[in-house]
Design a protein around this ligand. Structure first.
Ligand code: NAD
Ligand code: UGA
Length: 468
């Protein structure tokens, strides 16, 4: 029986291993983590992450061939294949702060594998890491000379909110490995796992460095498309064009394609910004300043889009939101997830609080504690490699979390839609309008509402990249 251990029970480790356990019933899969709270939640009926379809799979496999445990050493010792799926955030101190990947967790996982292992193992980089990280991993692992380790890169491409769909039907599986016969044998062993449900032509094998870099490149390309359409949205607003029409016409070109051209308040999520910064740092290390500056611009446009949105809200509401109640619909970085990491809602809420607004925030999944923690957090400026001044505690106290969109908008002067949750498309906007201060403003940061219908009700509606 093949035994798999995954270090890191997060947004990637949990769903990925659940799907492997589902599709490979003859394999034993253990997901381990240093966080006892997280593991406890994985073993309960309230999983630590919200992801459509995940609970059903975990319920089917847990206790059969899928296990969640804090006993990291035991499961490393037993495993034939070890996935390393720990967090690799942006460094906030020291060399490379603001850009470089913080590999502390990744290195500690590698040291643990080196220290504990007594039999040969395939170690799989699942985390997103800088190109050539496998070389560092190898240096750490070879300290344990009694064990033969093979290192593979197998980056993950799932998106939050659609993780199960993406894992069950991936566009591709990427496996990078060295050329030697032993390494290629390891590549085949990992390929055999995915071959349980993924067609052969979708499993790509490359060199280690290509696999590591392809992951960073894919996220950079995705983010670049969003920044491109968001840059166009500013020009649309200035000229009277409609960004949805422009994006539709552009995306109809089969060479360009229609996906990831949805203009909005800016991209968020745990990875797009982090991975571009990682790429920028690598370029700078190789003295490729022009390439680094090219990718930096994608993040600069994203920052611009978020501050443009705040400015639009404040200027439309007669140049001040001081003591005005603003309802915030959606706080997570996208629909169908409770993850708020790098959510544009954090920047927008902080911007409005700085102008003394009173906020009432509602999100279907993000927890109250997380929302309040995020808006009072200090933001790290990637560009200046330092923390920005936090919003004052007095201003933060003006934010509350509401239990639904109706409660959030009661007596509000304005509404900001910051996440594309489907429930915001079909709210009873007449009821909402009737219970708001007049004039009632609605700023649709995700372009999801029926603008004409809302204007007929009486709302003053602002969308992204659309004529006023
Ligand atoms: P996460 O923060 O949700 O989970 C990481 C987990 O690793 C945490 O629970 C943490 O406690 C655990 N951990 C850290 N060090 C450990 C150690 N030494 N031993 C045991 N456990 C340890 O992170 P995530 O979102 O799952 O991302 C993991 C990696 O995958 C990152 O590199 C990320 O860039 C990449 N990735 C994420 C996504 C996504 O949608 N979130 C998609 C593709 C790739
Ligand atoms: C992204 C990538 O899509 C995944 O392939 C990758 O595996 C993952 O990062 C990762 O490495 O962590 P994720 O951040 O979960 O996934 O979600 P996306 O669907 O990429 O959305 C990111 C942000 O962009 C969200 O805030 C979303 O609302 C925004 N977005 C997306 C737009 O503003 N417009 C679009 O057209 C698409």
């Amino acid at each position: 029986m093949v035994k798999i251990c995954c270090i890191g029970a997060g947004y990637v480790g949990g769903p990925t291993m659940a799907v492997i356990a589902l599709k490979c019933p003859e394999m034993q899969v253990a997901v381990v983590d240093i966080s006892a709270t997280r593991i406890k939640a994985w073993n309960s009926d309230r999983l630590p992450i919200y992801e459509p379809g995940l609970y059903e799979i975990v319920k089917e496999c847990r206790g059969r061939n899928l296990f969640f445990s804090t006993d990291v050493e035991k499961h490393i010792l037993d495993a034939d294949i070890i996935f390393v799926s720990v967090n690799t955030p942006t460094k906030v101190t020291g060399r490379g702060a603001g850009k470089a990947a913080d590999l502390t967790y990744w290195e500690s996982a590698a040291r643990m594998i080196a220290g504990v292992s007594k039999s040969d193992k395939i170690v799989v980089e699942k985390s997103t890491v800088p190109v050539k990280a496998a070389a560092t991993m190898e240096k750490i692992l070879t300290h344990n000379s009694k064990v033969n380790f093979r290192i593979l890169s197998n980056p993950e491409f799932l998106a939050e909110g659609t993780a199960i769909k993406d894992l069950l039907n991936p566009d591709r599986i990427l496996i990078g490995g060295k050329e030697s016969p032993e390494d290629q044998k390891a590549v085949r062993a990992l390929k055999d796992v995915y071959a349980h449900w993924v067609a052969d032509d979708k499993i790509l094998t490359t060199s280690l460095w290509s696999a590591e870099l392809a992951k960073l490149a894919a996220n950079a390309f995705l983010a670049q498309r969003i920044s491109s359409v968001n840059a166009m949205s500013a020009l649309c607003e200035a000229t009277g064009a409609d960004v949805s029409e422009v994006a539709h016409a552009v995306g109809k070109d089969t060479r360009i394609g229609c996906k990831f051209l949805h203009a909005g308040v800016g991209f968020g999520g745990a990875s797009l910004q982090k991975d571009i910064l990682n790429l920028v740092y690598i370029c700078e290390c190789y003295e490729l300043a022009e390439v680094a500056n090219y990718w930096k611009q994608v993040i600069k446009i994203n920052d611009y889009q978020k501050s443009r949105f705040v400015n639009r809200v404040v200027s439309s509401m007669f140049n001040t939101v001081s003591e005005k109640k603003v309802a915030v619909f959606g706080f997570a970085s996208k629909k169908d997830t409770g993850d708020t990491r790098e959510s544009p809602a954090i920047d927008v809420c902080q911007g409005l609080l700085r102008d003394n607004a009173i906020l009432s925030i509602y999100d279907p999944q993000a927890t109250d504690t997380q929302i309040l923690e995020d808006i009072s957090s200090r933001k790290f400026s990637w560009d200046h490699a330092t923390y920005l001044k936090p919003v004052s505690p007095m201003a933060v106290n003006k934010a509350v979390v509401a239990q639904d969109a109706y409660a959030a908008s009661l007596n509000a002067h304005g509404i900001c839609i910051l996440t594309d949750w489907e429930e915001f498309e079909c709210l009873d906007y007449q009821r909402i309008y009737d219970n708001m201060q007049k004039p009632a403003f609605l700023f649709d940061g995700r372009n999801i509402v029926d603008v004409e219908k809302l204007r007929q009700i009486g709302f003053i509606v602002y969308s992204i990249g659309k004529p006023l």
